[in-house]
Ligand binder design. Sequence first.
Ligand code: SF4
Ligand code: SF4
Length: 223
Amino acid sequence: MITAVQKPFDEIYESVSGCKKLLVLGCGTCVTVCMAGGEKEVGEFASSIRLANKKNGLDMEITEDTIERQCDREFFDDVKAKIEDADAVLSLACGVGVQFCSEVFQGKRVIPGLNTKFYGTTLEMGVWSERCAGCGDCVLEKFGGICPIARCSKSLLNGPCGGSQDGKCEVDPENIDCVWQLIFDRMKDLGLLSRLEENEPVKDWSSGRDGGPGKIVREDMML
Ligand code: SF4
Ligand code: SF4
């Protein structure tokens, strides 16, 4: 899933100041799972803004809603009237949802309430961890299913740097495992250690972000 965290309330409050009619809009998919922008958080944000407005003597009409996904056009149908009626939308979706809401409702101000972080997984309640950087040419098969691009701090593809100590990454030894230790251990378990002796060629980064904004065209799926 795409993970995100909430922006500091003061930053959001400054962004929405001046609105007379504000819609706080949640997203029911990834950011609900990572407890940043679902229905519950929409209610909390709306209440906090109402309280701050009361304290500051500001008059602002606030409505709330949450749709299934803000990255798909069809789900906006249910809240079209609310969006059109508002001065601005405080979107609690990831950056994709915020931008797509802006595209669907041209001319409407859409304010991000979250900071989008990474593609990751839930390790335990309240802990999420990065697993993929969307490089566009997956190499997991070569590294025992562990991604050196997303999980090595330097995205090294041919073994660890000199900063790997006791299985920990020099960038933050307290919190980050050296992914090359994880890869070594996994490949050993799989009986595939000899594959790590093969030189991994220089990666063509143009398959991902370095190739410019990504686009997928599936002609077989097009009408
Ligand atoms: S190799 Fe690329 S696509 Fe595969 S998990 Fe890593 S970043 Fe994601
Ligand atoms: S210590 Fe390991 S994870 Fe950290 S940058 Fe070096 S090789 Fe990558």
